[in-house]
Design a protein around this ligand. Structure first.
Ligand code: MV4
Length: 460
């Protein structure tokens, strides 16, 4: 096991990793920007090093400063969390060159799964169904249009180096495809330094279902069940749950087997997520694989009882998985609500600022992962997530009932949050019936009582 782990991240995930370090008896080192001097991850880590001013490029994205902090503190491993450098192959390489263990897959696997066209090819070779579409990056526009036509409209133009929906554009005809092709390529070039695109058939009313994968350095790969993440706004997930209301035991078994087979083909080591789309007929298709711990991992922890971040660190230290070699049984139901510092009454406009009151809910089956506290100022420099409310119950109804009570107990004053959005969601009969797909939010008009203007709530 490691002597000391540096956490190259901030917010609730930095706290989460600190907790896993304590569970393993490993000292932790926090890095922080000047804007995060009074953040909880600074307070609760065993050591803390200020690495620069607020801007992420001067702090949490600044590789030389993070490596220097590791050297100064004598850390021998770096946990990247999610976002920032978590899926940056170059950072993983520099960690290895600096004699540090990067808690994640190898740079090669990060790079391979980061190329969304290559990931599709690898999964197809492993016999995993992939969304119908191109297997090579698109070259000339004319060829691309004929390919889109043969796939069948509507299609989704996606960036090879994208993921998470960034740079995604839908086209319903040749004309629309031609109109989007150039701008999509330029946007991808701008955002990722790689303008290559690929095209997939757009599955209209699908569910976004992802499988949690764990692979150790001894060739064992297993899955910890699925999470349904269909409720997304502009490709930001808002609610995630496990098990998915759209899966029965047979489909779960087939998807889990396919996800493990794909991860084995890749030689996956670490915690990863295989993201799929499930159409109304129950057919499923691989979409992309994420090589990081995800925001929504607690949903899986609550229905399996595993500490995924602790397993991640044990895997990186070369230890075998602590998980029995039999099919995973999901116990009960868990739902996560992302509490963001955004104002749903004003199109989810960011709402940073000082938190005056911060009362966190509790009771049976209620978990809150948060770095916020009364008196804390949410800085404007980073993402807007301030807390994750995870509620579990013996079944979905009990989890929903606990969520409704917990959200009513969750008092945050001084800034606006997405709590009213989630409260409105818990009054929507389609959501309560579990009948949501990726287009749910487009047609979600909360009851007027909340006065929520979700204008532009639909995906971009
Ligand atoms: C799709 C899709 C339907 N068909 N791809 C990919 C990244 C994720 N954030 C959203 N993604 C999707 N990719 C094809 N070929 C549906 C989604 C999707 C979605 C799209 C628009 C609005 C909300 C969505 C929620 C989940 C998944």
């Amino acid at each position: 096991m490691f002597d000391k782990i540096l956490i190259a991240n901030r917010g609730e995930i930095a706290l989460r990793v600190i907790r896993a370090c304590r569970a393993l008896g490993v000292p932790s080192v926090a890095v922080h920007s000047e804007a995060d001097a009074d953040a909880l991850h600074v307070r609760f880590a065993d050591e803390a090093i200020c690495i620069g001013p607020a801007a992420a490029s001067e702090s949490y994205l600044n590789v030389p400063r993070i490596i220097a902090a590791a050297e100064i503190s004598g850390a021998d491993a770096v946990h990247p969390g999610y976002g920032f450098l978590a899926e940056n192959a170059e950072f993983a390489e520099i960690c290895a060159e600096s004699g540090l263990t990067f808690v994640g897959p190898s740079p090669e696997v990060i790079r391979r799964m980061g190329d969304k066209a290559e990931a599709r090819r690898v999964m197809a070779e492993a016999g995993v169904p992939v969304v119908p579409g191109s297997h090579e990056p698109l070259e000339k526009e004319r060829r691309a249009v004929s390919l889109a036509r043969s796939i069948g409209y509507p299609v989704m133009l996606k960036a090879v180096a994208g993921g998470g929906g960034r740079g995604m554009r839908m086209a319903r005809s040749d004309e629309e495809f031609r109109r989007h092709f150039g701008p999509a390529r330029r946007e991808a070039e701008q955002a990722f330094g790689d303008g290559r695109l690929y095209v997939e058939r757009y599955l209209e009313s699908a569910r976004h279902v992802e499988f949690q994968i764990l692979g150790d350095r001894h060739g064992r790969v297993l899955h910890l069940g699925e999470r349904d993440c269909s409720i997304q706004r502009r490709h930001q997930k808002l609610v995630e749950e496990s098990p998915s209301p759209g899966l029965d035991a047979s489909l779960r078994e087939r998807m889990g087997t396919a996800a493990v087979r794909g991860a084995q083909r890749v030689g996956y080591v670490g915690a990863g997520t295989v993201e799929c789309l499930v159409d109304p007929t129950g057919a499923f298709y691989f979409m992309e694989m994420n090589t990081r711990i995800q925001v929504e991992h607690p949903v899986t922890e609550e229905v399996t009882g595993f500490d995924i971040v602790r397993e991640q660190i044990r895997i990186a230290a070369g230890e075998p998985l602590h998980i029995p070699d039999k099919p995973i049984r999901l116990r009960g139901h868990a739902i996560e609500f992302r509490i963001n510092a955004e104002d749903p009454a004003r199109g989810f406009l960011p709402s940073p600022g000082r938190i005056v009151t911060f009362h966190v809910p509790g009771g049976p089956g209620v978990r809150v992962d948060t770095h916020a506290y009364a008196g804390y100022t949410i800085p404007p420099h980073y993402d807007s997530l301030i807390a994750k409310l995870i509620c579990r119950g013996a079944d979905r109804d009990e989890a929903l009932g606990r969520a409704r009570a917990a959200l009513d107990e969750f008092v945050v004053e001084g800034i606006r949050t997405t709590i009213p959005f989630h409260q409105a969601l818990l009054r929507d009969r389609r959501f309560l019936a579990g009948a949501v797909d990726t287009r749910f939010l487009e047609s979600f008009t909360p009851d007027t009582a909340t006065g929520l203007l979700l204008a532009g709530a639909a995906g971009s």
